[in-house]
Each structure stands twice: as structure tokens, then as C-alpha cells.
Design a binder for this molecule. Structure first.
Ligand code: GLU
Length: 507
């Protein structure tokens, strides 16, 4: 029987969560769900210099917002904790020492200054097979000196000893066979002077101890796989090594290079899932959520950055993705990010979402403009009437404000009605006010019938009064069917708006 599928999303809590990180989380999640497996969140916080307070909670909030909640993790708990690497610190040294004892790793006592000096003296310096024999480490120094240094508590790191001239490789689930020449890889640090493991050691030890079976991560980690492969082998765990899938890069809109947060600033679109405030300088970076994206749309657009189901279908719910996700349809080539397309996804999702689903997102959008719509009896109807026009959730303000507030006098498009205004129109609207008050059953169809009958009775053209009617009610040439608007406004509000317009137009 094969082992239960266990995947991990292993971010470093160093700041906002980028689209690429979210997509990695999503693909891990989809694979776990599809295979009845576990989705684990592991916080890789061993680099104390890059640690940022609040980033871990932020990552969890982003995952929850998208509905891809971990089964195990620092908050969910689980049998394989702790799920924060900094809290597992004591665990890693023994493995590093094991590697030293086996001759696969060594102590290195070089100070940062000595290494800096070496770098300035030596062109393209690499701490590896070409130079390790001339540096202050346990390969080069006499055994006695090494013992003395260790006994004296001299700060040191443990480095992997990369073999010379070997070709090593593995089969990536997306890329197929990937090979590395060991001589080209430097002797990476495994355990730092502060006793913390580096990413390389921690990722291997934890994937092993947490029984990870498959690991999806960004293509930028592919070069590191050479070191990881050797560690799996040297630690004697090769048969339990997870299957890796290195996901294609997400590229800038112009296709040139990897999409970075800076590109978002330059091109003017978000790169983070949610708003992120850098605690160091208070700088706020806007996220997709706050810009007005639905989580369904965000998940959908992430999935299509490098995956498709082989048809033209582009709209997928999380459930559909879970059913249809397949490794063999993940592309090797980088996926170009297109913000216009991202907005298209959101528009489609807003259109197909029910008013009940949208209501909790729309209320705060309106509240930000001092419209307190939560108790409005027609709120769902209003959402249904305008949602097709909204690309972002924030657009609900612009497209529905007139239902809640009378258009301000200076915002009404008078130039589109005033030049052609005449007594016949005044007469029509005065009569319409009266007739409207006699309508039994206030609904769009009845309002329309009354309006049109009056047009015939007055012998005017419908086109002469339809546009003025709309502009009087909403302030401009926009909005859904005008009789629907009148229905939602109610008779009294409609009459007030017409009377106000007549008072201005007859001046
Ligand atoms: N901590 C790494 C990151 O920040 C994880 C890479 C991996 O999944 O191996 O993305």
C-alpha cells in the first residue's frame, strides 16, 4: 500500500505573500485534496535576519481567504509539530553532525571578514572543491587544531562537502529528468554559527520527519535540489524522498523576467494576495482582496497561471479544480501574468455569484462611502441589478450609490437633457407623477406600462423622455433598466427625484 499523500506549503515569513507563493500553496492543496491527503503549512523561519513580525498570521489569513486552509500547521496543530522551524532548532544539529562524522560535511571556522577578504582576492570565489583546501575548516586544518577550536567554542558553521565531478539527478513531476554537475555547486552551509539550520538542511530533515510525499515549489528552488538530493542520500533516506514538482515561474506582463513586487508597483497592479503593511517602515502594499477581488476569482486566476484542463474552459471553482487538477497539464514554460485577464476573471465571478454570496463583500464597500446598506430591504435586488457592471467589488459603490443617495445636483448630467427640455416634457413628467401614484402593485412592469401609456396619451416620442427619466433618477447615462431602478427606489423617492429635476429644469 502506498503512503498517504502529504504535501507541504513551506513559506518563509518574510513579508507579503506573492502570487507565486499563493499558487504554490494552491497546487499543493489541490494535489492533497485530490488524493485524499494532508495539506501542511510549515513556517520556514530559520533565517532570523529576514524574520518579519506578523508575516506568519498574514500567510494564514491569505490561505483562509482563499479557502485553502491547512490540515496541519502552527495553528491547526498536528502530530508532526512543531510546524515552525525555529521551534525545532534543537533537532537539526544531530543530522549535521552525522554528516560530518560520515565525511559528507565539515566544520568551517572562517570568519565573515576572512571570507570577504577571500572574495575580493579571488575572482568568482566559491566555497567548494577548488578552494576548500586552503580555508580554515576541518578538511584543511590538522585534527588537533579542529578539536581545540571546537573545545574553545569557536564560532563555526557546518558545510556540505560536495562531491567532485559527479552527475546527480532526479525525475521532476513536471520537468522530467533533471541533472546537476556536482562540481558546479558550492559547499552550502547546513548549520549556521547560531545553531540554526539553513533552509537546505531544515527542508530535508523536516520533509523526512513530517513524512512528506510530494513537494510542489517554485522553479527558483530547482538549483537547490542538487544539495537536497545529496542530503537525502547521505542521511540514508533516499527511498523516502518526496517527489518534487518545480512550478513554472510567473512572468512579468511583458514576459521579461520573473514577476516581482516591484513590477506590481511599476505596472500598477497588486502582486500580494492581501494588503500587507511592512512593520519596519509602515509601507502599505495593496493586495488583490482589498482591490476588490473575490477569493473565487483569485484562486481561479492562480490556477490558470501554468495549468489548464486541455479545453477552452477558463472558469473553475475550487471544487472543479480539485476534481480536474492534473500534473501532466502543468506547463514547463513560465506563465505570463496579465492583469487585464485577472480582472476579467473577477468580472466573470462577480457576474455568476449570487447576491447572497456577494452581500457581505458589498456592504463594506458601501460603508467606506458612508452608505449603511446592511438593513436596506432591497439590497440583494440592487446587487443583482448592477453586478454585471462591476469588474471589482469596489465598483459596487459607483454602480449602486444612486439607489441609496439622491444624485447630487452638481453631479447630474444636465447638459444631456437641458438643451432639449421643453414644456411638453415638463407636462409629461408632472402627469407621470400623478399616474404613478395610482399604480397598484409597484413593480417594473407596471411602472413601464403606465409610463408608456402616458407617452401615447401625450402624443410624444418615448425616446424623448426615456433618457431624461434615467438621468433624473440616477444622475447619468448609466445603470440597469430604468423601470427596475424606479421599482427599487419606490414611488415616493422616484417622485422626489422627478420633482427636484423639474424645479431645476424650469428655472
Ligand atoms: N522556504 C522556502 C520558501 O520560502 C520553501 C521552498 C520549498 O518549498 O522547498 O519558498
Amino acid at each position: 500500500m502506498s503512503a498517504k499523500v502529504r504535501v507541504r506549503f513551506a513559506p518563509s515569513p518574510t513579508g507579503g505573500l506573492h502570487l507565486g507563493g499563493m499558487r504554490t500553496a494552491l497546487f499543493n492543496y489541490l494535489f492533497a485534496r485530490q488524493n485524499g491527503g494532508d495539506f501542511i503549512l510549515r513556517v520556514e523561519d530559520t533565517d532570523q535576519t529576514r524574520f518579519v513580525a506578523g508575516a506568519e498570521e498574514y500567510i494564514l489569513d491569505c490561505l483562509n481567504w482563499c479557502g485553502i486552509t491547512p490540515d496541519e500547521g502552527p495553528h491547526a496543530g498536528g502530530e508532526y509539530g512543531s510546524y515552525r522551524q525555529s521551534e525545532r532548532k534543537a533537532l537539526y544539529r544531530q543530522y549535521a553532525e552525522q554528516l560530518v562524522a560520515q565525511g559528507n560535511a565539515y566544520y568551517a571556522f572562517d570568519t565573515p571578514e576572512e571570507l570577504e577578504q577571500k572574495r575580493t582576492e579571488t575572482l568568482n570565489f566559491q566555497y567548494g572543491h577548488t578552494h576548500r583546501n586552503e580555508l580554515r575548516n576541518s578538511i584543511f586544518l590538522p585534527v588537533k587544531e579542529v578539536h581545540d577550536l571546537l573545545d574553545a567554542g569557536t564560532p563555526h558553521v557546518i558545510r556540505i562537502k560536495m562531491p567532485v565531478d559527479e552527475t546527480i539527478g532526479f525525475t521532476d513531476m513536471i520537468r522530467g529528468r533533471v541533472n546537476f554537475e556536482t562540481s558546479q555547486v558550492d559547499d552550502k552551509v547546513l548549520l549556521k554559527a547560531d545553531g540554526m539550520p539553513t533552509y537546505h538542511l531544515a527542508v530535508v530533515v523536516d520533509d523526512y520527519l513530517m513524512k512528506i510525499t510530494h513537494a510542489f515549489r517554485g522553479e527558483e528552488w530547482l538549483p537547490s535540489a542538487s544539495v537536497h538530493l545529496l542530503l537525502w542520500e547521505y542521511l540514508g533516506w533516499k527511498n523516502e524522498m518526496p517527489q518534487w514538482a518545480h512550478l513554472p515561474l510567473i512572468l512579468r506582463p511583458d514576459g521579461h523576467g520573473k514577476l516581482s513586487k516591484r513590477d506590481g508597483d511599476i505596472f500598477g497592479f497588486p502582486v500580494y494576495a492581501m494588503n500587507w503593511t511592512d512593520p519596519k517602515n509602515g509601507e502599505l502594499t495593496q493586495g488583490f482582496r482589498e482591490l476588490g477581488f473575490l477569493p473565487e476569482a483569485f484562486v481561479n486566476l492562480l490556477a490558470l497561471l501554468g495549468w489548464n484542463n486541455g479545453t477552452d474552459q477558463e472558469i473553475f471553482s475550487l471544487e472543479e479544480l480539485t476534481e480536474q487538477f492534473s500534473m501532466d497539464r502543468i506547463s514547463k514554460a513560465g506563465a505570463q501574468f496579465d492583469f487585464e485577464k485577472a480582472k476579467w476573471f473577477n468580472h466573470e465571478w462577480i457576474k455568476q455569484s449570487s447576491a447572497s454570496n456577494l452581500i457581505s463583500d458589498v456592504i463594506p464597500v458601501l460603508r467606506a462611502h458612508d452608505i449603511f446598506a446592511e438593513n436596506h430591504p432591497q439590497l440583494k435586488k440592487i446587487i443583482d441589478l448592477v453586478k454585471d457592471r462591476c469588474t471589482l467589488l469596489t465598483d459596487f459603490y459607483e454602480h449602486s450609490a444612486y439607489f441609496f443617495q439622491k444624485p447630487a445636483e452638481n453631479s447630474i448630467d444636465w447638459p444631456s437633457i437641458q438643451p432639449k427640455w421643453n414644456d411638453a416634457k415638463t407636462d409629461f413628467f408632472i402627469a407621470f407623477i400623478q399616474k404613478s401614484q395610482e399604480i397598484e402593485g409597484w413593480n417594473a412592469a407596471n411602472i413601464e406600462t403606465t409610463f408608456k401609456a402616458l407617452v401615447v396619451e401625450k402624443g410624444i416620442k418615448i425616446s424623448e423622455v426615456m433618457l431624461p427619466f434615467r438621468i433624473i433618477l440616477v444622475g447619468g447615462k448609466f445603470g440597469p433598466a430604468v423601470f427596475d431602478i424606479a421599482e427599487v427606489l419606490g414611488n415616493q423617492e422616484m417622485v422626489e427625484r422627478i420633482e427636484f429635476a423639474l424645479s431645476i429644469l424650469s428655472r
